[in-house]
Write a protein that binds this ligand. Structure first.
Ligand SMILES: [Zn+2]
Length: 248
């Protein structure tokens, strides 16, 4: 199986829904791109203000503040300094006017001129409705404002989900019986295997978002967290690469 290098050499634009999506799905890629001198710009649709099982302790305004600071620290650990919040409502992104959101994203994309756009697939990876609509916005943004950019969807392989089957059964994180979407090994556009140093750096970035990761780290243990969440990042092309090249 071919192990693919980082996609392209130019700017990378990541478009995600909640603080922590970006580090779980692309933290290693972002850090490697920054290390090689590339511009990396990250957009987060919401502040994740409802991302808690204990809203008494974490009322939305407080959680938004804390997650904003956590995200900044997390991205800093990866060397990413350019970030935009869209400030859309956590859990209700789909209620935002589609064209208006795409216009905001397009203004960012027009300035960044990304060679690569990273986002969720239409499945939303976990199936979260915010993830699904963000995928649609990112696709529309690429088409409108960065038509030559390569659009990559974060997607795990069947092998990966088989390896971690028991863990996913415990976490119950997928919002749909048809999930997760599984990539075939031969359709991967990007397959990053993080070495120990890169995986540890990603672990630092995950730890920085403690409101989302502290309980998980305590439950799984650091070693499992590193192997499961930090070792591998995989993406597929939004359209087959040959079609993409032909369409340019
Ligand atoms: Zn999310």
């Amino acid at each position: 199986m071919t192990v693919h290098e980082l996609p392209g050499t130019g700017p990378v634009l990541g478009i995600w829904a909640h603080p922590d999506d970006e580090v779980y799905l692309s933290g290693g890629l972002m850090a490697a791109a920054r290390d090689s001198g590339r511009r990396v710009v990250c957009v987060t649709a919401t502040r994740g203000e409802h991302g808690t099982a204990d809203p008494q302790r974490w009322p939305p305004a407080r959680l938004a503040r804390v997650r904003t600071a956590e995200l900044r620290a997390s991205l800093a650990a990866l060397g990413v300094t350019e970030h935009h919040h869209l400030d859309l409502p956590d859990g209700d992104c789909a209620a935002a006017p589609f064209d208006a959101v795409v216009a905001r994203l397009s203004a960012i994309a027009a300035e960044v001129r990304p060679e690569v756009v990273l986002t969720f697939g239409p499945d939303g990876f976990t199936g979260h409705p915010d993830h699904r609509i963000v995928s649609a916005w990112a696709g529309a943004t690429r088409d409108l404002a960065a038509p030559r950019a390569r659009l990559l969807y974060a997607r795990g392989t069947a092998d990966f989900f088989d390896t971690w089957r028991d863990l996913y059964a415990r976490l119950a994180m997928f919002d749909g019986d048809d999930l997760p979407a599984r990539a075939r090994n031969d359709e991967l556009a990007v397959e990053l295997h993080l070495d120990d140093a890169a995986a540890d750096r990603k672990l630092v970035a995950l730890r920085a978002q403690a409101t989302q990761t502290a309980d998980l780290l305590a439950m799984l243990g650091e070693d499992t967290m590193r192997e499961w969440a930090c070792r591998v990042e995989t993406f597929v092309d939004a359209v087959p690469a040959n079609d993409y090249i032909a369409g340019c």
